[in-house]
Design a protein around this ligand. Structure first.
Ligand SMILES: *[C@@H]1O[C@H](CO)[C@@H](O)[C@H](O)[C@H]1NC(C)=O
Ligand SMILES: *[C@@H]1O[C@H](CO)[C@@H](O)[C@H](O)[C@H]1NC(C)=O
Ligand SMILES: *[C@@H]1O[C@H](CO)[C@@H](O)[C@H](O)[C@H]1NC(C)=O
Ligand SMILES: *[C@@H]1O[C@H](CO)[C@@H](O)[C@H](O)[C@H]1NC(C)=O
Ligand SMILES: *[C@@H]1O[C@H](CO)[C@@H](O)[C@H](O)[C@H]1NC(C)=O
Ligand SMILES: *[C@@H]1O[C@H](CO)[C@@H](O)[C@H](O)[C@H]1NC(C)=O
Ligand SMILES: *[C@@H]1O[C@H](CO)[C@@H](O)[C@H](O)[C@H]1NC(C)=O
Ligand SMILES: *[C@@H]1O[C@H](CO)[C@@H](O)[C@H](O)[C@H]1NC(C)=O
Ligand SMILES: *[C@@H]1O[C@H](CO)[C@@H](O)[C@H](O)[C@H]1NC(C)=O
Ligand SMILES: *[C@@H]1O[C@H](CO)[C@@H](O)[C@H](O)[C@H]1NC(C)=O
Ligand SMILES: *[C@@H]1O[C@H](CO)[C@@H](O)[C@H](O)[C@H]1NC(C)=O
Ligand SMILES: *[C@@H]1O[C@H](CO)[C@@H](O)[C@H](O)[C@H]1NC(C)=O
Length: 615
């Protein structure tokens, strides 16, 4: 720990805020990275297969010089060769401003001996060491004094997801922090949370990720959860006192910029205040420029107003974390004459959907602020008033969730659709967020017969496919749909199941699902599937443990941790979507550590065989 503290202060000293600031423009008005002819021309020339590559390339000259050179090489009329030459002469390699933090000492896992299976034990120890490969700082020392870059600088180091995600992300970081705390990397977890506090103060909210082109949108608000994990691990009261104003400010952003008044379907005079994802954006996302431009412009005559709305809903779709998904589009099946996958995305109406996961997270913020102002506030009239205010906010939201989003026939919570004022009765693990966070109306909490069925549909999904929990039942070719399963969603399911099971069975009556399964068993089974999916994915791509597990033949790589999985086959990566599947991978690793800390007695499968892990 001492060593880590030391490294952090070293980093602080070496790259002060001021030094980084001098290279960066804060609002997304950059004529290179955010909008204008240069961005359009370079992106549409399709030099790189991933649109994100260009906007992550710092300039090697001043902004004015780069713009001038662009004009000199033909501007909007430049040929592909000229664009390539322009890039060579005016830009550095993507990610030049992000540097691996050198010489980190990773403490060994204190609980590793509790993991009974030797192969799993070796693999998890190895994963713990992988944090060193994902821990970075921003360092603009390779850039000239007036060069431009798209990074949003921070003072402290951070852990990134990996692959094309070279910078840190908002909701990803929660699952990373969860893993870091289990790895006794308390200072690194603190650094990451403090970076987010700084973001709240600088921008008024937490951007999607640490790049200027993410300044128009946030991501699922997990800051409260991060703070809660940190508190549970450290019991650091000073930290909690420090956290309160930042949490309040972030909450205010969601209420000011992204709340909506929803009329009761049977009594339109009664209104509920809930939140949705919404952005002010009206142009292609710079990091997915070609994709968005084609989605909106290729071949169909939309009015300018329709195009603006589509751009806004596409950016809001990225804000949801589920980018992209049947949850946000009207058309969930391909038309008979469909030519391009993005045709379904054109029916996107993100801001018309009131998401159950978002509202559960904000309910949790309200509840925790009520509790924390009581516990860590100064016990003044002011803090008592605040505690009471957040208490009321939480109660109002829970009433709205019960009235609009709970479905007693299905024992499910659902997203609410403002287009027809009704629930979207589709299965997605987002529906499980209230159970995980405890956003459960008292009437349901007090009726254990009802509560015993809340994971029935999740169990159906697990019985349908052998892998981790599917993201939906739709094949839209979007990456947050079947056949992909995502680590954070399975985590929310698993931990929620443990919490609900504990509450249900505190009177030892052995409540079960409709299938007669104990909810604890469901959680354990999903954990086994998750472990096997990640472990075999790693093994199949060349992972090995010296003296324990031999490397597969003819694979040159050293084992990859996937960002998502194929629920149809254990050990296979997920696919589809806007970019190729990434490896690394922050949340996959963090959640694997949680699983082995929670369920120590699992058996590593033989990855060369077909794996079936029945409930
Ligand atoms: C691009 O070409 C068009 C048509 O030849 C011309 O009118 C325009 O001035 C050119 N733009 C630039 C920046 O050279
Ligand atoms: C990291 O360790 C290497 C080898 O021990 C050493 O040469 C280097 O100076 C260290 N770097 C830093 C930044 O401490
Ligand atoms: C290991 O397991 C034992 C028995 O369940 C438990 O008491 C102990 O706390 C665990 N150790 C760690 C470091 O988690
Ligand atoms: C870290 O990266 C190096 C270099 O790519 C690789 O050889 C090593 O296996 C990685 N370590 C872990 C624990 O993944
Ligand atoms: C939030 O709303 C304010 C006031 O309308 C606006 O100035 C600001 O840009 C918005 N922020 C975001 C991230 O949309
Ligand atoms: C994004 O937000 C910034 C700052 O609020 C604003 O100046 C800019 O116009 C927005 N960009 C787009 C593409 O809407
Ligand atoms: C645009 O649409 C046409 C007709 O469907 C198709 O042939 C073409 O490939 C599309 N282009 C892009 C870039 O998607
Ligand atoms: C919302 O309701 C409308 C009207 O019934 C429907 O067309 C649309 O598909 C629904 N949206 C989603 C995301 O399911
Ligand atoms: C999903 O649908 C696409 C066509 O829309 C098809 O090409 C693909 O094979 C389907 N995926 C699976 C896993 O069936
Ligand atoms: C619950 O299960 C345990 C273990 O199987 C059993 O001993 C106990 O009698 C059961 N309790 C009830 C109320 O069925
Ligand atoms: C590995 O490559 C060698 C040489 O190409 C080949 O003879 C062997 O069958 C391959 N092994 C496997 C398991 O594919
Ligand atoms: C661990 O699992 C094995 C095999 O399923 C079982 O035999 C053993 O009793 C379990 N041990 C504990 C401590 O639960």
């Amino acid at each position: 720990m001492l060593r880590l503290r030391w490294i952090c202060s070293l980093v602080l000293g070496a790259f002060s805020v001021v030094a980084i600031d001098s290279h960066t423009t804060y609002t997304c008005d950059s004529p290179i990275y955010c909008k204008g002819d240069l961005l359009h021309t370079v992106q549409m020339a399709r030099i790189f297969s991933d649109s994100k590559t260009f906007v992550d390339m710092p300039t090697s000259k001043s902004e004015a010089q780069v713009l001038q050179n662009f004009q000199a090489l033909g501007g909007v009329n430049a040929t592909k060769e000229q664009v390539q030459q322009f890039l060579n002469e005016n830009f550095l390699k993507a990610g030049t401003e992000v540097k691996l933090l050198p010489n980190i000492t990773i403490p060994p896992l204190r609980w590793i001996d509790n993991v009974t299976d030797p192969d799993y034990r070796g693999w998890i120890s190895h994963l713990n060491e992988a944090w060193a490969n994902l821990t970075f700082t921003f360092d603009t020392s390779d850039l000239c004094e007036d060069c431009s870059s798209s990074i949003l600088p921070v003072k402290r180091p951070f852990v990134v997801p990996g692959g094309r995600f070279r910078e840190f992300y908002y909701w990803d970081s929660y699952f990373v922090i969860k893993g870091l705390l289990l790895s006794d990397q308390v200072e690194m977890a603190r650094n990451m949370i403090l970076n987010f506090f700084d973001f709240v103060e600088t921008y008024g909210f937490i951007p999607n990720g640490a790049r200027i082109y993410y300044l128009n949108r946030s991501q699922p608000p997990f800051l409260t959860q991060m703070v809660q994990e940190f508190w549970e691990k450290t019991g650091d009261r000073d930290f909690m006192t420090q956290a309160l104003p930042h949490l309040e400010k972030e909450y205010a952003h969601w209420m000011t910029n992204a709340s909506i008044s929803v009329p009761d379907p049977e009594n339109p005079h009664k209104k509920y205040k809930l939140n949705h994802y919404v952005t002010l954006n009206t142009s292609p996302r710079p990091e997915s420029y070609v994709e968005d431009y084609n989605t909106v412009n290729n071949g169909t005559d939309f009015t300018d107003a329709e195009k603006d709305q589509m751009y806004a809903d596409i950016a809001a779709g990225a804000e949801t974390g589920f980018d992209y998904s049947s949850r946000w589009v009207k058309q969930k099946y391909p038309a008979a004459d469909q030519k391009e996958n993005y045709e379904m995305l054109r029916t996107i109406h993100t801001s018309e959907i009131v998401p159950i996961d978002l509202n559960s997270l904000l309910w949790n913020t309200e509840s925790m602020l009520a509790e924390w102002f009581t516990e860590f506030g100064e016990n003044t009239r002011e803090t008592k008033k605040k505690a009471a205010y957040y208490q009321t906010q939480a109660k109002k939201r829970l009433d709205a969730i019960e009235r609009l989003m709970w479905n007693e026939d299905d024992y499910n919570f659902y997203d609410y659709n403002l287009t027809d004022n009704s629930q979207n009765k589709d299965f997605t693990p987002a529906n499980l967020f209230p159970l995980w966070l405890g956003a459960i109306p008292p009437r349901i909490l007090n009726d254990k017969k009802i509560l015993s069925h809340v994971y029935d549909e999740a169990e159906n999904a697990l019985r349908k496919y052998p892998g981790i929990l599917t993201t939906s039942y739709y094949n839209t070719t979007m990456q947050w749909d079947w056949p992909n399963g995502w680590p954070p969603l399975s985590y929310v399911a698993m931990e929620g199941m443990l919490r609900v099971d504990k509450y249900l069975n505190n009177d030892k009556k052995n409540y079960t699902t409709s299938h007669g399964t104990s909810i604890y068993r469901l959680s354990h089974n999903l954990a086994e599937r998750y472990a096997a999916s990640a472990y075999c994915g790693w093994y199949n791509t060349g992972g090995s443990i010296p003296g324990l597990l031999e490397k597969i033949e003819n694979v040159s790589d050293d084992g990859h941790m996937f960002e998502k999985f194929d629920v149809n086959t254990i050990g296979v990566s997920g696919s589809q979507g806007e970019y190729v599947s990434q490896t690394g991978f922050g949340w996959t690793n963090g959640i694997a550590l949680w699983i082995f800390n929670t369920f120590t007695n699992m058996t590593a499968p033989d990855c060369t065989q077909t794996i079936t892990l029945s409930i």
